[in-house]
Write a protein that binds this ligand. Structure first.
Ligand code: ADP
Length: 256
């Protein structure tokens, strides 16, 4: 039997305050892919994410996660990294304490040695550059450091599908490149399905295997190369992109 896709969205409609925000969104994300969901501001990206996470009810249509409807049980296989976290300067936890509190097995270990906690956290933190930050107060991290900590945090529960909302929103430009490289390495290492939600096209194109362009509906989808060649999409975004060489492993190779 073939496995159902990691995510299937079929004809999803959502109206907010009288405005039809999602107007029949249909998309399917195969297991193990690293895909991007792009769209200008107001195109419904956040609304769709919220619907997938069970935070926004839908008027009609269907969302299935690994073949199952959105529920506590299917959502236990999904990790979510928020765009940003507004933290008060007074938020007193160190990175180690923040992460340890999120894991049932380390939650009660805070009075124990750091070594024991760090060992328990190590497999999720590997390659994220978070280990050197463990003693730092969460409230004093830079945007990029906080994003890394939030990704580590989302990995603690070993999700099979990871949703990353505008992952570089709080990251400075020099940090962006290494940030996407880190996401690719998380993807390889944990063999998970990743959906990057972004309005920032150029970086996403370099790293995603497949791109869905949203504008109330999925107006276009394809490989990054296909998408940059799509004139109507270029116009919609005012894009000036040049094709580049991309090493993708996806098997799908057509534009709808
Ligand atoms: P994106 O994440 O792509 O920027 P959103 O999903 O946040 O898009 O929003 C899509 C549209 O829905 C926007 O035009 C926004 O103004 C509208 N919208 C979002 N939330 C509400 C709401 N609670 N009531 C009315 N309109 C909303």
């Amino acid at each position: 039997m073939t496995h159902p896709p990691a995510l299937e969205v079929q004809q999803v409609h959502v109206t907010l305050g009288g405005t039809p925000v999602l107007r029949g969104v249909t998309l399917s994300v195969p297991r193990g892919e690293l895909v991007a969901l792009i769209g200008p501001n107001g195109s419904g990206k956040t609304t769709l994410l919220r619907a997938i996470l069970g935070l926004q009810s839908i008027d009609s249509g269907q969302i299935r996660i690994f073949g199952a409807p959105v529920s506590v049980s299917s959502l236990s296989r999904v990790g979510y990294v928020p765009q940003k976290l507004e933290l008060d300067r007074g938020f007193g936890l160190s990175v180690r304490e923040f992460l340890a509190l999120s894991l049932p097995e380390t939650r009660h270990w805070l009075w124990q040695s750091h070594r024991k906690i760090d060992l328990a956290l190590a497999s999720s933190l590997d390659g994220l550059g978070v280990m050197p930050l463990l003693n730092r107060p969460v409230s004093r991290l830079s945007g990029g450091q906080l994003q890394r900590v939030l990704i580590a945090w989302s990995l603690l529960r070993k999700p099979e599908l990871l949703l990353l909302d505008e992952p570089t929103a709080g990251v400075d430009t020099p940090g962006e490149r290494s940030f996407y490289e880190m996401i690719e390495s998380v993807h390889r290492r944990h063999k998970m399905t990743i959906i990057l939600v972004s309005h920032d096209l150029s970086m996403v194109f370099r790293h995603a295997h497949w791109v869905f362009a949203l504008n109330g509906v999925v107006c276009c989808q394809g490989t990054p190369e296909d998408i940059v060649r799509n004139d109507s999409l270029k116009q919609a975004y005012g894009l000036h992109l040049t094709p580049y060489h991309h090493h993708h492993t996806g098997e799908i190779s057509h534009v709808h």
